[in-house]
Design a protein around this ligand. Structure first.
Ligand SMILES: NC(=O)C1=CN([C@@H]2O[C@H](COP(=O)(O)OP(=O)(O)OC[C@H]3O[C@@H](n4cnc5c(N)ncnc54)[C@H](OP(=O)(O)O)[C@@H]3O)[C@@H](O)[C@H]2O)C=CC1
Ligand SMILES: Cc1cn([C@H]2C[C@H](O)[C@@H](COP(=O)(O)OP(=O)(O)O[C@H]3O[C@@H](C)C(=O)[C@@H](O)[C@H]3O)O2)c(=O)[nH]c1=O
Length: 266
């Protein structure tokens, strides 16, 4: 029997990675990749009819509002996409027996802890993006049982989307001087790693639903990460300067390493 999987927000960096890795597979898993244009998750009617029509087994929600700076300035769209629309997905998934796989973020934490955050740690987001993502998590947990919420950190793809890796690489290649903060620490996570993690849930037909943490394992600051990016691409890093206080509009957690070994399932 084939397994039918809907991927929302399919043109983002995670959606594109899942498509590249798994669209052609020998596991009888049939993916439908829906871009924002094909399925706007803030349109409740569209969400309901899209999910009802195709009898999906899983929905991987890769759609999100991910501009942390802009969310702080004009929060409304972030709440619409990261909270309200997630509720629509949860309600439609529940009504049509679809398992919802939803991606969340290390920014649900305040960063005051000095040890990796477990799924049992108290959330306390310090910016609007983090608050909107936490509300999305809460809507799912209030609405349904058959879900996987996977929190990850500092996601990057070397190929797709807009992210820190590509920004730094492009600026460094162009010979620009970069001032990069060392005031935050977490684990950059390649979209390939989390795509594999997600695929395993589907392959295994796991019913250990609940909240998970998944990140790559190496802790570093953004400054360390920028240095790594230069090194990996054989670019001279003399123009990458450490900054203690790079000015931003949104606050970020000082420390948001996730503990991957203590997942909560039921
Ligand atoms: N990026 C990161 O560092 C991290 C991301 N995450 C989470 O991982 C998940 C995937 O993120 P990532 O791939 O990086 O995000 P991207 O921003 O690369 O992709 C998100 C996609 O969602 C689309 N989208 C926006 N609004 C809607 C809508 N109303 N309906 C349908 N699609 C929409 C975007 O389209 P468009 O661009 O046209 O608006 C974009 O294609 C998200 O849940 C994010 O919160 C978690 C931790 C870290
Ligand atoms: C571009 C740039 C950023 N920075 C700082 C700003 C910020 O503190 C940090 C990272 O900047 P960015 O804006 O790229 O990253 P940011 O938007 O904070 O990344 C976050 O995105 C959301 C979606 C998540 O869920 C998080 O896990 C995390 O990945 O680096 C510099 O210090 N120098 C620079 O030249």
């Amino acid at each position: 029997m084939s397994i039918k999987v809907l991927v929302t927000g399919a043109n983002g960096q995670l959606g594109k990675t899942i498509e590249e890795l798994f669209a052609d597979n020998n596991d009888n898993i049939h993916f439908t990749f829906a871009s924002k244009e094909a399925l706007d998750i803030t349109d409740q009617q569209q969400v309901t009819s899209f999910i009802k029509k195709s009898k999906f087994d899983y929905c991987i929600n890769c759609a999100a509002y991910t501009n942390v700076e802009q969310a702080e300035k004009t929060p409304k769209p972030a709440y619409l996409i990261n909270s309200e629309a997630v509720k629509y997905l949860a309600e439609a998934s529940k009504a049509h027996n679809v398992v919802l796989i939803h991606i969340s973020t290390d920014y649900v934490f305040d960063g005051i802890k000095n040890q990796p955050y477990t799924v049992n740690d108290k959330t306390n987001p310090i910016n609007e993006y983090g608050k909107s993502k936490l509300l999305g998590e809460q809507y799912i947990a209030q609405t349904m049982d058959a879900y996987f919420i996977i929190r990850t950190s500092w996601l990057y793809s070397k190929k797709y989307g807009k992210n820190f890796y590509k920004t730094v690489l492009n600026k460094a290649k162009a010979g620009e001087r970069l001032s990069i903060t060392s005031a935050q620490k977490s684990c950059p996570t390649n979209t390939i790693s989390i795509s594999n993690f997600i695929y395993e849930f589907i392959l295994s037909s796991s019913k250990n639903y609940g909240l998970y943490h998944f990140s790559d394992e190496t802790e570093m600051t953004w400054y360390d990460f920028a240095k790594e990016i230069a090194k990996e691409n054989d670019i001279e890093d003399t123009k990458i300067e450490r900054s203690e206080a790079y000015k931003t509009f949104a606050q970020r957690p000082r420390y948001s390493v996730l503990n991957n070994n203590n997942n909560k399932s039921w």
